[in-house]
Ligand binder design. Sequence first.
Ligand code: NAD
Ligand code: UDP
Length: 341
Amino acid sequence: MKVFVTGGAGYIGSHTLVQLLAAGHEVCVFDNFANSSPVALDRVRQLTNRDMGLVQADIRDADALCDAVTTFAPDAVVHFAGLKAVGESSDLPLLYYQTNVSGTMNLLAAMDAAGCTRIVFSSSATVYGEAHYLPFDEDHPIAPTNPYGRTKAMAEGIIGDWAKATSDASAVLLRYFNPVGAHESGRIGEDPQGIPNNLMPYVAQVAVGRRASLQIFGDDYDTRDGTGERDYIHVVDLAAAHLAAIECAASTSGCEAVNVGTGQGVTVRELVAAYERASGRPIATNVVARRSGDVASSYAATTKAARLLNWRAAFNIDDMCATSWRWQSTNVDGYGAGETQ
Ligand code: NAD
Ligand code: UDP
């Protein structure tokens, strides 16, 4: 199959490319490297011994996107490109709406021009907002609490309307829970710019000595040990879910939202303990106030993914920490300042 991958150089995109190429698909990546490095694509080439097409451009540039899609003429599109920092989305809401919402509309218009009717979209569990009940299933009300989440909810709605209006269209909206970990080789992984916002990359940087101590945002939640509980999903499992979703889109029509998680909650303290086991290093922590907007617990109902995609997570938190540590300890500064190796 010919698969057009926006944001393919990013964290989740690069892991998905490995599996797409290994499965024999022909791939074209569209990325402006706003939050990624071309080195990640070089590493993917090395890992798979396969090449891919690359268009370096911005999804807000409708003409460039339309040219790229019509030239490649894909059978399916996987849409990762977007901005994802919750805090930044409150400071720069228009940038987030332009990139995540207008960018998605540009992509659908380009697909129309190319006659492509299948899309897999990177959505997020953040569209659910506050939990009315747990685990979150796909029928849970959609009520995001920040601009980033609203861009994802809007893009989901737009893709749903497009799918209804387009004959034979098929869209899978993958609602990721908390993607972590790295490829087992340790050659590709998550490379956040600046101070990591998310727990696992922060813990990794403490373990490797780049940061002194992890601040635990509150230990008075109603959870097993008082710290926040999340559903961490191995990025390699997540990549496999994309391949399953492409297959699903190829054989169905309509628009389906599907959770991608393990269904298991892990607390901050449990994750720190797992990382200490994986790295063999102590992780210094200090408890500070709760982070504004955080919820106590979030985890997925996974039955729809099993039924519709025939997919379930294979890896546990120890696998996630072990591969994260392999990546972090062998790439202390991530992909570095653009060197190719
Ligand atoms: P990432 O930042 O590593 O990857 C996003 C990619 O999109 C990067 O390569 C970036 O350069 C590219 N990009 C950004 N803006 C662009 C633009 N205007 N034009 C072209 N390319 C652009 O992020 P990720 O963690 O791999 O996330 C991928 C997708 O999954 C995003 O849409 C994100 O919102 C979603 N998601 C991520 C998480 C997570 O925790 N990582 C959770 C839920 C959903
Ligand atoms: N967290 C923390 N310290 C950090 C970053 C995160 O204690 O430096 C906690 C956070 O309060 C939450 C959990 O770790 O309970 C996961 O946070 P993350 O930002 O990774 O995911 P999200 O909250 O967006 O699901």
